[in-house]
Design a protein around this ligand. Structure first.
Ligand code: UT7
Length: 346
């Protein structure tokens, strides 16, 4: 069996901070942020919104989009680095909220590569025949983890959630009436594609968060002067992460295409983690692919870590741009260091 994406959903907080709002907090400018990152605005949770509440709405919308009842879901996976709850896991909280009473639930932390790994995990369970229907969600309230005094990071990040439903469908070779399994053809979309993923713990210092607030849980209020500890917030060597991304992302995409015997002309588009416009432009150039094949929405949302790929996937789905029969590469990279690519067919 293969796990095919049959529905998507997302949730974006209404409250929005543009670059001029950020320039009131740190020494920066709208011009610098747009030029160096491509980001113009980011949406930030407020009021009752949390990582779990966003995940629940995105998940519900994905199920509605798929026409699948919550009771049919066997697996809920939430990818997050910024959950408002530690115990129980965010996925169990989502289960409670949406009524997916038959699902097995757990969270996964692989930073900005998290959605790729959630997709791969769900797809592998489905391929093994363990589960039939999986709801995978990337949800982040990075505003809680952002040092709003640090212009090297606070310009980049935003909050949001995206989700996809994977449903088991027979692989092309399984539907054949002959006993010999034929090779799936290049144009066959009912094929199990093998993902490629990597990690390099030795590079972990480039993007880290050493400890959490212990008194009041996660809070986005800037610490009082006397208690401020930057270890409570994300710390990043931006240049190091940039160099890592522009080298490793095209490499892992090439590796994935090669492994699955796919040519670039077979790929309709590349949905990359939305971290920085310049990174995406560089990946396109290194792959020798037109930039038009790399949809972007980071101008509006900034970098939402593991939520960025499913939010973009949902936008494209709802705009009718995921053409049936086409193949799409998803690729992510981030803290860990972690990176990987998966081919999906729609
Ligand atoms: O999800 C994965 C997570 N992270 C990423 O993907 C981040 C990858 N890295 C990046 O996106 C970029 O490295 C940044 C956007 C973070 C920084 O851009 P950069 O082009 O690498 O800038 P830089 O750190 O090399 O700094 C260039 C200059 C420096 O000034 P000098 O030394 O040349 O005088 C910085 O002090 O820009 C200065 N600078 C800023 N100026 C205005 C750094 N940050 C800012 C800022 N506003 N926010």
């Amino acid at each position: 069996m293969i796990g095919r994406i049959v529905g998507t959903g997302s949730y974006i907080p209404q409250y929005c901070m543009d670059n001029n709002d950020i320039a009131k907090l740190v020494e920066t400018s709208d011009e610098w942020i747009r030029e160096r990152t491509g980001v113009a605005r980011r949406h930030i949770i407020s009021g009752e919104e949390t990582t779990v509440s966003m995940a629940s709405v995105a998940g519900k919308r994905a199920l509605e989009n798929a026409g699948i009842e919550p009771e049919e879901v066997d697996l809920i996976l939430v990818s997050t680095i910024s959950s408002n709850v530690i115990l129980p896991c965010a996925a169990c909280e989502v289960q409670k909220e949406i009524g997916a009473v038959n699902a097995t639930c757990f969270d996964l932390n692989a930073a900005c590569t998290g959605f790729i790994l959630a997709y791969n995990t769900a797809a592998a369970y489905i391929a093994a025949g363990v589960y039939k229907t999986a709801l995978i969600i990337g949800s982040e309230s990075l505003s809680n983890l952002t040092n709003w005094n640090d212009r090297g990071t606070c310009i980049l990040f935003g909050d949001g959630a995206g989700a996809a439903v994977l449903a088991a469908q027979p692989e092309a070779s399984e539907t054949s009436e002959t006993t010999d399994k034929p090779e799936a053809s290049e144009n066959d979309t009912s094929k199990l594609f093998i993902p490629v993923t990597h990690s390099n713990g030795a590079g972990g210092e480039a993007l880290s968060l050493k400890s959490r607030h212990d008194a009041n849980g996660l809070t986005k209020e800037v610490d009082k002067e006397e208690t401020f500890d930057e270890a409570h917030y994300m710390q990043m060597d931006g240049r190091a992460v940039f160099k890592f991304a522009v080298k490793k992302v095209p490499e892992v995409i090439e590796e994935t295409l090669q492994l699955n015997k796919l040519k670039k002309e077979n790929i309709a588009c590349y949905i990359l983690h939305q971290a920085n416009r310049r990174i995406i432009e560089s990946v396109a150039k290194r792959l020798d692919e037109p930039l038009e094949k790399f949809p972007m929405n980071l101008e509006e949302y900034g970098n939402t870590s593991s939520a960025s790929i499913p939010i973009l996937l949902d936008e494209w789905n709802r705009q009718g741009k995921l053409k049936s029969g086409s193949k799409i590469v998803l690729a992510g990279f981030g803290a860990g260091l972690t990176w990987g690519a998966s081919v999906i067919s729609v």
